[in-house]
Design a protein around this ligand. Structure first.
Ligand SMILES: [Zn+2]
Length: 444
């Protein structure tokens, strides 16, 4: 055959392989995994149809596609093809052996002392965001009577127990320890706040329960008897934040009413991820951190123009850890903290209709009304679908010192959402939706 014919054939083949679809995920063609699903996320070109294991998959008008394949234990061979390109992926799924939980070891009650401030007291013996029921202070006296794995069981009252990490306490060997006594309680009222103090002879564990119109503050006194609980029912304004501190046995519980105008409000805007932490990756290869920042900067502009005091956790593409983000909120006396993200899928099958649109997360009951306002206003302004408001213990929205909300504006991995968040006005529209929602909440 003539040389030019070879060249022609080679170019034809080369063109087909180069101009076909692009896969953003998975990153490798061969891997050992432990997840149940593997995600194929990418972009088709030249209106090609994409087939994964011979199943034609949906591509959005901009070419974006996302598809999940369930993995079997052992070898999985997955074929991705179009008219232009064929690729083979091989995944070895490791068989997961479910870990058996150790039995609870029972023992006679002993006292233990908390070693640092803000130690999580949990409802279950696991490290999670959503099982934290209190943040205990250094030198708090606890009564423990059991253990499981890395946790001790704490006796709060006859019908209430909790768990604390073994590393956070030391057992008190002084058997003659004196029981803690109640000393007094005091209540001070200010223009926009009430301060309640309650004093004991020792630091004791506490919990706070939010109700619609009151906050129930309980101090447990297990050393005296595990049936003695001091309960304070503190009336709550319609919109409030609160803080608890403990020094030498005295709890100071402050409930603050939220400002009544936007001009008096301090709002912290938290653009999720940044720097080396890219966040989720979209069908077209875009990074969540960049879109988060765009929305955050737009929101900063809009809220400033409306007269609010705005503080940013980041204004450029840099890494900020979670603790610093929270401290920026607390140290600046933020009234409202808005964390901005775009969603992705965990280890579950992709459902293009379900994993789509705007989801709003809150943790403390006091933030629920704002979550409701935001869902309505963001979906209306940005044209996204409603994906619900959810209560979840993300670290940045757990503090009670501010009204914390985490917005997942859209799904990075949903092809239809990608046609929205790719548009020029998306960041502006989401920001406008957030600003409108905040104003509606304040005026309610
Ligand atoms: Zn994120």
């Amino acid at each position: 055959m003539k040389n030019w014919l070879w060249l022609f054939l080679f170019l034809l083949l080369f063109e087909k392989q180069c101009f076909g679809y692009e896969l953003i995920l998975p990153k490798n063609k061969k891997a050992e995994v432990s997840s149940n699903y593997i995600f194929f996320v990418g972009k088709a070109t030249n209106s090609e149809s994409i087939y994964i294991n011979n199943q034609k998959i949906y591509t959005a008008p901009n070419g974006a596609f996302a598809h999940s394949v369930r993995l079997r234990d052992g070898e999985n061979r997955i074929l991705v093809r179009s008219n232009y390109k064929t690729q083979i992926y091989n995944f070895h799924k490791k068989k997961l052996i479910p870990k058996q939980k150790e039995q609870i070891k029972e023992f006679s009650p002993v006292t233990a002392i908390v070693q640092k401030d803000r130690i999580p007291l949990r409802s279950t013996p696991e490290e999670q965001g959503s099982n934290i029921i209190s943040g205990l202070y250094k030198d708090t006296n606890l009564l423990i009577n059991g253990s499981q794995e890395n946790f001790y069981r704490v006796l709060l009252s006859q019908d209430k127990e909790a768990w604390i990490a073994k590393d956070d306490v030391v057992i008190n060997c002084n058997e003659n320890s004196v029981p803690a006594n109640f000393i007094n309680t005091d209540n001070q009222r200010f223009k926009n706040a009430t301060i309640q103090t309650i004093s004991f002879s020792k630091n004791l564990p506490y919990t706070v329960e939010e109700r619609n119109d009151e906050i129930i503050f309980k101090v447990y006194n297990p050393e005296l008897s595990y049936d003695s609980v001091y309960t304070l029912n503190i009336p709550a304004p319609a919109k409030y934040t609160y803080s608890v501190s403990l020094k030498d046995g005295t709890y100071t519980f402050k409930v603050s009413e939220l400002p009544k105008t936007l001009q008096e409000c301090i709002i912290v805007i938290d653009a999720g991820h940044g720097g080396t932490e890219k966040g989720a990756v979209g069908c077209l290869g875009d990074n969540e951190k960049d879109i988060n920042l765009k929305i955050a900067l737009e929101l900063q502009e809009q809220l400033k123009q409306m007269g609010a005091t705005v503080i940013m956790t980041r204004e450029c593409d840099g890494y900020v850890n979670l603790k610093n983000r929270i401290n920026i909120g607390k140290n600046n006396n933020a009234d409202i903290f808005i964390s901005i993200h775009l969603n992705s899928i965990g280890d579950s099958p992709i459902n293009l209709r379900k994993n789509r649109g705007t989801s709003i997360y809150y943790y403390n009951l006091a933030a629920k009304t704002l979550a409701e306002s935001l869902e309505h206003s963001i979906t209306q302004k940005a044209g996204t679908t409603k994906n619900g408001i959810h209560q979840k213990g993300f670290a940045v929205i757990r503090p009670t010192e501010y009204i914390g909300i985490l917005v997942e504006a859209a799904y990075m991995t949903n092809p239809l959402d990608s046609t929205l968040y790719q548009t020029k006005d998306f960041a502006h529209n989401v920001a406008q939706g957030i600003a409108d929602g905040i104003v509606e909440f304040i005026n309610k």
